[in-house]
Design a protein around this ligand. Structure first.
Ligand SMILES: Nc1ncnc2c1ncn2[C@@H]1O[C@H](COP(=O)(O)OP(=O)(O)OP(=O)(O)O)[C@@H](O)[C@H]1O
Ligand SMILES: [Mg+2]
Length: 404
């Protein structure tokens, strides 16, 4: 049976447009042309998601959202606000009323479809208590700042989500002004800050997931707090607990770590199954990587969980790969070329290179990295509905294997 969606709009043309877009994606669409009618329709048709306009005579979309949140039958329903207002204040109003996502009109039909898919996945794809997942945690780390840690984490998380159909959390552990959500163009309506006051004992999956921000790739982001005083309340113990809880519910957790060995960073590293140590081909970065590897040795992290990623954040005259490998006495696993246009473009659009509509060489590199870091049981079997990203990555992997 198709998923039921209730679309609410007082403008018949808009309503038709939303209806057609959602029908095209295979949903069963019901409509209402004002707030009170929507509340009645919701009781009748028990929708699994509601898309609502804001400006409507009588009861506006925010009020409707508030009322839906107060009714037990619709309290948990994903609600998408669709409106011609595109100011930040308006968006905040929508989120404060309890909306889960916000899109401005005129909308791109494919974007609306993608966002709806993500919102629905959030409620349906997560396993219940009985079906625990053995998730893999990948930490992205460097003691030196500004050399692409967050960029790599965001690309990896969105790539894994596209590759395996969701089930990925990008956890920003840069607790003072982390950029993960910003990089993916997600409004900071919920963050770690909203969890910061909760005692560890009360942090269950439902509470944690309430503050997740869904991204169109299918990944979720646990964003850095808005205010430094909230960051101070987040302890290593809390981080460890959150990661342990999420690991049973998500296939992958990607950690964007700060450039220090604070208690919360260590909690992230301790929980990691694999650590990507990022370095740029310059002396200061090499020094930072040496220090980090020393600390990893002291902490007795197995050497085989550490991968070296050489990121060319500048154009030329960097240290040679061989020189770096000799100094560290370790092999570099991945080299990311200098690609200013791709990254600046991505930052401005809030979309990582891996999700470019036209596949690029850089995108392919991140896709391969995501595949390389995927769980063995994933690599063994294609996903039920292989995405375009999965298909082209698998084709490259097969080609390389054939050459060997
Ligand atoms: N290979 C690359 N080529 C060109 N620019 C890059 C490359 N990798 C990263 N950058 C750019 O370098 C800057 C820093 O990247 P990013 O924010 O990911 O690093 P970071 O280590 O997380 O920084 P911070 O210390 O702020 O946490 C960004 O503007 C990013 O777009
Ligand atoms: Mg960063």
């Amino acid at each position: 049976m198709a998923t039921r969606i209730l679309a609410v709009d007082d403008d018949p043309v808009n309503l038709k447009l939303v209806q057609a877009t959602l029908k095209q994606a295979g949903y069963d669409v019901f409509t209402a042309s004002n707030g009170p009618e929507a509340l009645n329709r919701a009781d009748e048709v028990l929708p699994e998601l509601i898309v609502s306009d804001v400006e409507m005579p009588g009861m506006n979309g925010y009020e409707l959202t508030r009322q839906l949140r107060q009714k037990t039958s619709t309290a948990q329903l994903p609600i998408m606000i669709l409106t011609s207002h595109d100011t930040v204040q308006e968006k905040i109003k929508g989120f404060e009323a309890g909306a889960d996502d916000y899109m401005t009109k005129p909308f791109e039909p494919t974007e609306l479809q993608a966002r709806i898919r993500v919102l629905l996945r959030r409620v349906t794809a997560l396993p219940g208590e009985s079906q625990k997942i053995k998730g893999k945690t990948i930490a992205v780390f460097s003691l030196r700042g500004g050399i692409g840690t967050s960029t790599i984490a965001a690309n990896l998380a969105t790539g894994l989500a596209q590759m395996w159909g969701g089930g990925v959390g990008l956890i920003d552990l840069v607790l003072t002004s982390g950029q993960s959500a910003l990089m993916l163009n997600l409004p900071l309506r919920k963050t770690w800050g909203d969890l910061s006051r909760a005692p560890v004992g009360e942090m269950d999956a439902a509470l944690i997931e309430q503050v997740f921000l869904p991204h169109a790739s299918g990944a979720f982001v646990l964003a850095s707090p808005n205010r430094p005083e909230q960051a101070e309340l987040i302890t290593g113990e809390k981080v460890s607990h959150v990661l342990t809880v999420l690991k049973e519910r998500y296939h992958y957790l990607v950690l964007d770590l700060p450039h220090d060995f604070s208690a919360t960073t260590l909690a992230g590293l301790d929980n990691a199954d694999e650590i990507l140590l990022v370095l740029a081909p310059e002396v200061a970065s090499l020094h930072a990587a040496t220090c980090a590897l020393d600390v990893f040795d002291t902490l007795k992290y197995p050497r085989n969980i550490i991968r070296l990623v050489l990121n060319w954040t500048f154009e030329r005259r960097g240290l040679a790969r061989k020189e770096i490998e000799d100094a560290l006495q370790r092999m570099i696993d991945v080299v990311i070329p200098f690609a200013p246009d791709a990254f600046v473009h991505a930052i401005n659009r809030g979309a990582p290179p891996i999700l470019e509509t036209q596949p690029t060489a850089l995108g392919a590199l991140f896709e391969d990295l995501a595949y390389f870091l995927s769980k063995p049981d994933h690599q063994k079997q294609p996903p039920a509905k292989p995405s375009a990203l999965y298909q082209r990555t698998a084709a490259r992997v097969a080609q390389r294997q054939a050459k060997k």
